[in-house]
Design a protein around this ligand. Structure first.
Ligand code: SIN
Length: 532
């Protein structure tokens, strides 16, 4: 088995991964492992933008208060303040790398700031409605020019390697991981002094999601198998407005569209959000997603509609070129008619317990971006706070790592044990379990939960995990089975966390405990023995 040696290993090529790599490249040789094409990440599909209190009339305090309120006061205020107050400096870093944010034509150099649910003012820096795509393209160019960074695509992480697992004396430490080189069909090891997990979210755990196919929670699952604490997994954010069309794969209609005046209506043409919240269509996402779910269930409808037909085609084409074109492609002219929308799984507020500087409970391992749970999002993420968190925390992680003594691991990573594994002649098992698991999560662990539904889900997930484990051991590993193994692990973590929370708060709503518990809210935390 080949073992590659690098000073720093970054797993994931979204905003957090690329920024960590660029910052670390000043101090040593970096390997970025990306499991598909490097451009494929949740960051690349971000439409809304980056929330940042950069306007002279805005303040860090206001942004912190909005974050706390939307997070149902489970967010850690100190963490929120640290991340939010670092925003303007990190935006400057991005601009220095060549990322351009939209400016207002009539106001010289002022940023054109977008409005999204839960923000008390316009605060979202954007690049049209393809903010993520513009940012990731620029960062991939900077990475390609950088002699200290090697980026390898189609290199999928299987598991982390720790000195504890290798039965080495002393405190356990991460020294890299095993990877499947999908191009060669081979397993290799990467050994590093420090590893950064920036593997993103896990939307694919649900049948309907706004996320791209890569979002299978790999980092969260690997960290959990390595025995790390995983926090607040019950808080899955459902984006209220994904395009409802059989071929659209839950294409996201950015909240920024509601920020520019779009209104949610039901099939009777009634603007219904005012019945649920005084903020109407711009209420925070948990409120809007629940209201849509209720509206659809009580009326027996398959979708609701988003109406921005009062704005001109000229305005919509300029502000939302990507959304406008996608809607037209599926037969909807948003300047002339309401667009059919439904909620879909969008963002995981929970993840690997980590500090603002990415530090985790395992020496040598850092986590940032959606894979991490820093405490910023609490029970519900404020729109566009995620890119801000990824940007700030990857920078802090790189700074922290650079200040630590760098001793390259000398312990050998043992060759991958294939045992008696043979090529699979039962790929249908993967396909079947993939569909069953995601349907189970959608039906029983969605926007509205109950004890019975959670128990039902856990029984099924446990059975599926047993079957997946047998399959994983019997056959040569493929990317498909690795992803299935990871979404099954994440699904179990979501359900177990949801069972631990005996209240409704933010994104976790259960008919059995419909109220928030009084007093200071607490996090849920799952920490199992290594091996999972
Ligand atoms: C959106 O554009 O609505 C998504 C932004 C986000 O998830 O923060």
């Amino acid at each position: 088995m080949t073992t590659l040696d690098y000073d720093y290993l970054v797993i994931g090529s979204g905003l957090a991964g690329l920024m960590a790599a660029l910052n670390l490249s000043r101090h040593g040789r970096v390997m970025v492992a990306s499991k598909k094409e490097a451009v494929e990440s949740n960051s690349n599909y971000a439409q809304g933008g980056i929330a940042c209190a950069i306007d002279p009339e805005d303040s860090f305090d206001e942004h912190v208060q909005d974050t706390m309120k939307v997070g149902a006061y489970l967010s850690n205020e100190e963490v929120a303040r640290a991340i939010i107050s670092s925003g303007p400096a990190r935006i400057q870093d991005l601009e220095a790398l060549g990322v351009a944010f939209e400016r207002r034509e009539s106001h010289g150099e002022d940023y054109d700031l977008g409005q999204e649910g839960g923000h008390s003012r316009r605060r979202v820096l954007h690049a049209g409605d393809i903010t993520g795509q513009r940012m990731i393209r620029v960062l991939l160019d900077r990475v390609a020019e950088n002699a200290n960074i090697t980026l390898r695509d189609h290199l999928m992480a299987i598991d982390l390697v720790t000195t504890g697992w290798l039965k080495q004396p002393g405190e356990s430490r991460c020294i890299g991981g095993y990877f499947l080189d999908q191009k060669k069909g081979e397993i290799l090891a990467i050994r590093s002094s420090f590893t950064v997990l920036a593997t993103g979210g896990a939307g694919k755990v649900y049948l309907y999601t706004s996320n791209p196919d890569v979002a299978t929670g790999d980092g969260i699952a690997m960290a959990w198998r390595a025995g790390l604490p995983i926090k607040n997994m019950e808080f899955v954010q459902f984006h209220p407005t994904c395009l409802y069309h059989p071929a659209a794969k839950s294409f996201l209609i950015s909240e920024a569209v509601r920020g520019e005046g779009a209104v949610l209506i039901n099939t009777a043409g009634e603007s219904f959000m005012e019945r649920y919240d005084s903020r109407g269509s711009l209420a925070p996402r948990d409120v809007v997603a629940r209201a849509i779910d209720n509206e659809m269930k009580t009326r027996g409808d398959t979708c609701v509609y988003l109406d921005i037909s009062h704005r001109s085609a000229r305005f919509l084409k300029k502000r939302f070129p990507n959304i406008y074109a996608a809607c037209l492609k599926y037969g909807f002219n948003m300047a002339k008619q309401p667009i059919p929308v439904v909620p879909a799984a969008h963002y995981f507020c929970g993840g690997v317990e980590a500090g603002v500087d990415g530090r985790t409970a395992l020496k040598g391992l850092f986590a940032c971006g959606e894979a991490a749970c820093t405490g910023l999002h609490g029970a519900n993420r404020l729109a566009s706070n995620s890119l801000l968190e990824a940007l700030v925390c990857s920078h802090r992680a790189a700074e922290t790592i650079a200040q630590m003594p760098r001793e390259h691991p000398t312990v050998e990573i043992p060759a991958w044990r294939y045992n008696d594994a043979v090529p699979s002649d039962e790929a249908v098992v993967v396909e079947h379990n993939w569909n069953e698991l995601r349907t189970c999560m959608w039906d029983y662990v969605g926007i509205v939960r109950t004890n019975k539904r959670l128990e039902r889900a856990l029984r099924r997930i446990n059975n599926l995990r047993q079957e997946i484990r047998q399959y994983y051991l019997a056959y040569l590993v493929t990317a498909d089975v690795l992803e299935l193994r990871n979404i099954a692990a994440v699904a179990a973590l979501v359900v177990r966390s949801a069972m631990l929370r005996r209240e409704s708060r933010g994104l976790h709503y259960t008919l059995d405990y419909p109220q928030e518990l009084p007093g200071t809210p607490t996090d849920t935390r799952i920490c199992d023995q290594p091996g999972g």
